[in-house]
Design a protein around this ligand. Structure first.
Ligand SMILES: *Cc1c(COP(=O)(O)O)cnc(C)c1O
Length: 405
């Protein structure tokens, strides 16, 4: 699943190019850098690989979300609709631009329920932000139709779904903007890094300036740049971009390994009649970083988690329902709006309201879901062992439950 599993000679070589010149900054120093522009090269590779007109590298996926929101003009008073199942970075970014995160339920795609989105639209809604969780996609046709009908922006958090696609288009390139994370546990990594993708030149130019203190990058040197608006520093370094450049060349290989291992594991679990799988709006576009599956009840799911733990084979299996980072149930810091600095009282009240609503529709999905991370380095033998162990553990629990029923 994560690119760090295949860190090697290629990454070292790219990083060494930068170390040779010593120019670790992505802008300026035109002479001493001797033609080495790793960040620019990686941005061009992102455009090529994913099929978008523009890409802006930044320092993290979280920074990419903040940058994209700022570039799209989302801020004070605006509501952004996002799912109850995501990584904390999604709402951190919303708060960073002063907007209101409006959480809504997920359905059996583990992403935004289009009906829940419709129900949450108000006069203040500015943007819908699907989060393509665990390698696979939201129902983009339905969400695009809603955006069109209500004249809303569509921002894709594709941080977890690098290389996945929907009806032939790569995730992250379909909305007004989309983001990737290249943190250490993502499909490809820069160690730390992220990107905003867009087909809109004005949005791109905003990202380019915003992530570098508002520089317009039109001057002969940095000192001569103008600052048409206030920005921030979310720059990526040349060292990080160099790692990413080696990784992006390996992406096709990562994806094909994932697909092969995913298919084997899915076929194994599918032999158990009680197991069902996440609904995937475009099955052929799944990046297969995870296999997400359901058991019939919360009780059975908890028992399977306990059994996997008892057998010491829980590693790589995620029961998000009780996870501190990915599901709203455990986000007490958000529900209490525990910020270090004061928020406007209206924003604070809105955050608390939206974070403590009824998410029972999401609960009924998430309490029965386990996601199994798909390894890149599994041997055929390890894969076979994993399939057998998981199938046996699940069958054992289900038959025990039948016996006591
Ligand atoms: C990882 C992730 C992010 C944030 O990325 P970082 O690079 O770790 O800041 C945002 N959204 C989702 C869904 C993620 O999984």
């Amino acid at each position: 699943m994560p690119g760090y599993e295949f860190f090697g000679q290629e990454e070292r070589r790219e990083v060494n190019d930068v170390l040779e010149t010593g120019i670790m900054m992505r802008y300026g120093f035109d002479g001493p850098r001797k033609g080495i522009w790793k960040a620019k090269e990686l941005e061009a590779a992102i455009c090529n690989t994913f099929g978008c007109k523009h890409a802006q590298l930044v320092s993290s996926g979280t920074a990419a979300l903040t940058t994209a929101m700022s570039a799209l003009g989302i801020g004070y008073g605006d509501e952004i609709i996002l799912p109850s199942f995501t990584f904390v970075a999604s709402f951190e970014a919303v708060l960073s631009v002063g907007a209101i995160p409006v959480f809504v339920d997920v359905d059996d795609t583990l992403t935004l329920s289009p009906q829940a989105v419709k129900n949450a639209i108000t006069k203040k809604t500015k943007c819908i932000m699907p989060v393509h969780m665990c390698g696979s996609m939201a129902d983009m046709d339905a969400l695009q139709a809603i955006c069109k009908e209500h004249n809303l922006l569509l921002l894709e958090d594709a941080c977890q779904s690098i290389g996945a696609s929907y009806k032939g288009k790569k995730l992250g390139t379909i909305g007004n903007a989309g983001t990737f994370s290249f943190d250490f546990v993502k499909t490809i990594t820069c160690a730390e890094g992220g990107a905003v993708m867009t087909n809109n030149e004005a949005v791109y130019l905003n990202c380019d300036g915003y992530s570098d203190h508002g520089h317009d990058h039109k001057g002969a040197d940095r000192g001569a740049d103008l600052h048409p608006f206030i920005g921030y520093n979310f720059r990526i370094s040349e060292l990080h971009a160099a790692v990413g450049l080696a990784q992006i060349k390996k992406l096709d290989n990562f994806l094909s390994i994932q697909r092969k291992n995913h298919t084997a594991l899915k076929n194994a679990l599918a032999t158990i009649p009680e197991v069902s799988f996440r609904r995937i709006p475009d099955e052929s576009g799944d990046s297969c970083t995870f296999l997400s599956w359901f058991l019939p009840t919360e009780e059975a799911t908890k028992a399977v988690v306990a059994e996997l733990k008892a057998q010491n084979i829980l590693a790589g299996n995620f029961y998000w329902y009780v996870n501190n980072w990915h599901y709203i149930k455990k986000w007490d810091h958000l529900k209490n709006t525990a910020t270090l600095n004061a928020l406007h009282p209206d924003l604070k009240a809105a955050v608390m309201h939206h974070a403590t609503k009824d998410f029972s529709a999401s609960d009924t999905i998430m309490c029965r879901c386990i996601s199994t991370a798909i390894g890149l380095t599994w041997t055929d033998e390890q894969l076979q062992t994993k399939c057998n162990q998981m199938v046996n553990a699940i069958k054992k629990v289900l038959s025990e439950q039948k016996a006591t029923a």
